[in-house]
Design a protein around this ligand. Sequence first.
Ligand code: HEM
Length: 442
Amino acid sequence: MLRPTDQHSASTALPPLASDRFDVGATEDSLERLVASARECGDVFRIHAPGRGSDTWVVNNPADIKRVLVTNHRNYTKGIGLDRVRILLGNGIMTSEGDLWRRQRRMIQPMFHRKVMERFAQTIERCIDERIGRWEALAARGEPIDVTDEMSGLTLDIILRSIFGEDLDWLAERMGGNPFAVVAEHVARDLQFAYKFRSLTRLVGELAVRRRADGIERFDFLGMLLAARDKETGAPMPDRELVDEAMTLVVAGHETSAAALNWTWYLLARHPEAAARLAAELDATPERRGMSFEQSESLRYTQAVIQEAMRLYPPGWLLTRRTIAADQLSGYRVPPGTDVLLSPYLIHRHPRHWPDPEVFRPERFADAHVDPRDEWIYIPFAAGPRHCVGENFAMYEMTLHVARVARRWRLELLDPGRPLELEAAINLRTRHGLRVKLHPRH
Ligand code: HEM
């Protein structure tokens, strides 16, 4: 295969073509096949996608990641990823493009400022504590929990309360139960789910109208969306858009954090030495309610455990982009309209950038002097202007939860010999629920 050696050949040469042919993201075994193709071809390659009838490019080196996500990000749309989730999320910030996206991002980003996050402390802690109460009863009877289900339930409770506040009870009353239960119960993100989920938009729209009419200010995401004004025009968000944004936050804020916490508990249960260092950090810090954002960051090892879990198992394992005009990546000319994929999973396990890449070692983050994000080798929340707007919220809720639970219990996996099966759908999850036993630490 030709490799570009100078300016001239760069315009004609193409990166290697993987021997496997498949539509990345559309087949159940996409992740395994992607890993095998990267092993075969190196850091920049093409995979022929029969379903799309075109070649998809995969780039897996820091310079290209930086170019696609940051320096030349305006030349990229979200491509295939967008097609996959638009039906679910409408035209919210996750799926919009161009000027509409820029306007939405400008209005939404301030809602995730670290100082704003602290105002969610009580809401988050209440959800965590309710669950801990139930776990205490189970632990006392020696009964296990399904930590996968629990993390899904917990992150759903947290995001729903953070979006709708006390009005979640009004929604539940109207519907005779939590209308969003389908998000945790219907695990497959298929068309049937999309239909059920979208049918809730009318209900959320009604709530927005009610809130506008009563004029009471409330602190939650819906309240902030209602109060948001376009900096240039001073206009509020149109209702249709506001509902799409609220629905986007439900989906974006739930499954990703649930997967990251599920992986965190899995890895801690398998690595007693890391669990012990985590417990030591927590024992040395008094437990406090209403932890500030800064205090949560000072739990350095706790955060390192979560960061290392997201290195090995990044929930968003695949970032999809599509060129608008032609671009140059690794010296190759990428034609306009090309699907370009970046995989946090691949770059997070790249042996050139990470010593012993398969090993769980939170010390990489806890004792690091250089932030791997600055080297473009660690992108669980993506990077650049389109990086995860909810990163602060996610890190805050996950740190509060891990700290509160690991202080009280050590988790033991009930089926340690069972081979781990990955499910790389929109998010990277465990295929089966993980059952754990809770051992009190004190
Ligand atoms: C561990 C938890 C999380 C992970 C790993 C994660 C990961 C990501 C990634 C990789 C993207 C970029 C996708 C792309 O560009 O293709 C993203 C975007 C986004 N995330 Fe998160 N996320 C998490 C939690 C959250 C939470 C809690 C919220 C909201 C409360 C949230 C809201 C969003 C939104 C709205 C976007 C779209 C931003 C834009 O396009 O401007 N995420 N997330």
